[in-house]
Design a protein around this ligand. Structure first.
Ligand code: SF4
Ligand code: SF4
Length: 216
């Protein structure tokens, strides 16, 4: 695939923004490819981790923020450990998810317009889910529900995660048949596991929200 580099496709300030949010030096990446070679989900990504780094260096913002890669990244840290330039690429991916979500919020209109836009977007998303056209929306949806689960229970509570994901994504019976096997093998539990100091986890979420408000 070819990408055009011009004023319309690049954003000079983007790399600085990602560097500020992630605390990583993007320009020090020299494209050795070790991150992509070790990434367990690289084959399902539309841009390999090292390609994301190169695109960032070139300021190709929209392609990076629209890529499936940033939502597929499992934050496993393999790339961060392998990088000879000590770039924490997992943090870069995290920052890109944050920036992508903020960009969506910034582009939303206010007041009644936002209400109409919200209804319209919901309708559009439902149609897309039904047509199974937009895998990115599902990844984003999963990411939200996953974080909500940790926020509320202190760790992932799988039955609630699957239930919420199926309702919100429109795939009502997704993973349904796996549940009995997982229950039999005690891989998932009927009730949430008691987490010690759950309040500490909730405080982390509150702190992140506060930091986001301060940055706005
Ligand atoms: S943190 Fe993300 S990009 Fe890095 S190796 Fe793991 S899944 Fe791949
Ligand atoms: S391992 Fe580090 S230096 Fe090599 S391509 Fe990936 S981010 Fe760049």
């Amino acid at each position: 695939m070819k990408w055009a580099l011009n004023q319309n496709t690049t954003d000079d300030g983007f790399v600085a923004r990602v560097e500020k949010t992630s605390g990583q030096n993007i320009s020090s990446c020299y494209q050795c490819g070790k991150c992509s070679a070790g990434c367990p989900v690289c084959r399902d990504m539309d841009l390999a981790p090292n390609q994301i780094m190169r695109f960032l260096q070139l300021g190709i913002r929209d392609t990076v923020l629209a890529s499936r890669t940033i939502w597929l990244c499992a934050s496993c840290q393999t790339c961060s450990i392998r990088c000879p330039q000590i770039i924490d690429l997992a943090r870069v991916m995290d920052s890109l998810r944050i920036i992508s979500q903020r960009k969506e919020m910034e582009s939303a209109p206010n007041d009644w317009q936002s209400l109409l836009a919200g209804i319209w977007n919901r309708f559009k998303e439902s149609m897309i889910y039904i047509l199974q056209m937009d895998a990115r929306s599902n990844l984003r949806c999963f990411n939200h529900i996953f974080l909500d689960s940790i926020h509320y229970y202190g760790r992932v509570f799988e039955p609630a995660l699957i239930f919420n994901y199926n309702i919100n994504s429109g795939y009502l019976f997704s993973n349904f048949l796996k549940a009995p096997v997982m229950l039999l093998k005690s891989k998932i539990k009927f009730l949430p596991v008691e987490v010690r100091r759950r309040d500490k986890v909730q405080k982390i979420f509150e702190r992140v929200k506060m930091m986001e408000r301060e940055e706005e």
